[in-house]
Design a protein around this ligand. Structure first.
Ligand code: V47
Length: 378
């Protein structure tokens, strides 16, 4: 047993040691504890029970293939109106996406692509051939594509059930679905920030069906906007139950709200303390998730390094040196576009951990691994 200033932390530790699920009240007590260092120690201990001294990163490419979007989410600065904001529209052809992915070579293990609800691009005619092309050119590259919001849009547009849509995407090589679109599940808050997006229930149904068909996924939570602490804890509870019902989530990623250029601008930026607290509470509430990701693009490299002492065990991907992430850059991030993997290793070692290169599904690779045959342009 660890010694804590706040008895609530000892109670949580006893429950976790006994394999008991934490309650809403436990989650609120963790968020409100005055013993931030104790919270960090507890989260770190639970992290080390899962992944020991390892902290993961991936060499990847990141592409936003279209910013045309009809969802109208209040927190979004990325979406462009294809008629009123023509100069801002980015709508890549399938060839452009393919070329962009390989323009700096083939030594990466993941392509991460998300985009808007774009009627011209979000269709199976566009994606299935492109996915097959990726898989035959570079079988070592895992496809981490879409969010459940995009899958819901595609299912409705093609009049397919979720299982039917997912079976087609699986057959074309989908390895993982990104965790976005979850926002905040609490319906009253969700109705205010993203009324036209996939419902919370359908978000969970889609991820559970992905898992049943053998496709991995991630989960996120958008925090620091108008949600309450109760909403955050409710979000964790729904994810934990979903993982029990249909296991397959690899990582949870807390997404700190970015206020520039969107309708929720008054909410301002999250604080570093709220960020690290959220990593720690996530680690403890989501005891059945293997990984908590501190994504440098979102909280920034320095906070993400500190997050490694608060239960996080993953820093996500390098992105490519020519990538142009738009969701967070439109909303004010100052994180830059690319991190050299040497920088990841330095930060992880500096935090007292062992850097481990991975792919999307957490197979491990030597830091200097390279694909034997680069076939993308052969
Ligand atoms: O769902 C949009 C978020 C998400 C803002 O799976 C914003 O590894 C903060 O899917 N401030 C999409 N967040 C991104 C996504 C993602 C991100 C990181 C890791 C993974 C993963 C997936 O971006 C959206 C929304 O929650 N977002 N605007 C904003 N202003």
């Amino acid at each position: 047993m660890t010694r804590f200033v706040d008895p609530a932390l000892s109670e949580v530790e006893a429950k976790l040691d006994a394999g008991a699920a934490l309650s809403i009240d436990d989650g609120l007590a963790l968020y409100r504890t005055p013993d931030l260092h104790g919270l960090g120690r507890l989260a770190r201990k639970r992290k080390e029970l899962k992944s020991g001294k390892k902290v993961f990163y991936v060499l990847n490419r990141y592409i936003n293939s279209t910013n045309v979007c009809y969802a109208g989410c209040k927190f979004c600065s990325f979406a462009a109106d294809e008629f009123k904001e023509r100069e801002r529209v980015v709508r890549m052809t399938a060839d452009q996406v393919y070329d962009k992915a390989f323009e700096t070579g083939t030594n990466f293990n993941q392509i991460h692509i998300v985009g808007g609800h774009d009627p011209r691009q979000l269709s199976l005619d566009y994606w299935l051939p492109l996915m097959r092309r990726f898989k035959s050119a570079a079988p070592h590259v895992q496809l981490s594509l879409f969010t459940a919001a995009e899958l819901d849009y595609m299912a409705r547009r093609h009049r397919l059930s979720y299982p039917e849509l997912i079976a087609k995407l699986k057959e074309a090589g989908l390895d993982n679905v990104n965790g976005g679109g979850a926002e905040i599940f609490a319906e009253e808050t969700r109705a205010k920030i993203c009324p036209n997006k996939v419902t919370s229930e359908n978000w969970l149904t889609i991820h559970e069906e992905l898992h049943r068909q053998g496709i991995a996924s991630n989960a996120t939570m958008l925090y620091g906007q108008i949600e309450s602490l109760e909403d955050r804890v409710d979000h964790f509870m729904r994810l934990r139950v979903s993982q029990e019902r249909s296991p397959g989530y690899n990582a949870f990623i807390p997404l700190a709200f970015h206020p520039d250029g969107n309708e929720l601008n008054d909410c301002g930026w999250t604080s570093g303390l709220d960020d690290v607290r959220t990593f720690a509470v996530a680690r403890l509430m989501l005891d059945n998730f293997d990984h908590i990701k501190a994504y440098w693009m979102i909280q920034g490299l320095k906070v993400c390094q500190v997050a490694l002492q608060f239960g996080a065990d993953d820093m996500d991907g390098t992105h490519g040196s020519t990538d142009e992430e738009m969701i967070y850059h439109a909303a004010g991030t100052r994180s830059g576009q690319y991190v050299d993997d040497r920088e990841f290793r330095r930060l992880i070692e500096g935090a007292g951990y062992i850097p481990v290169r991975r792919n999307t599904t957490y197979d491990e690779f030597a830091w200097d691994w390279a694909p034997e045959k680069a076939t993308a342009y052969a």
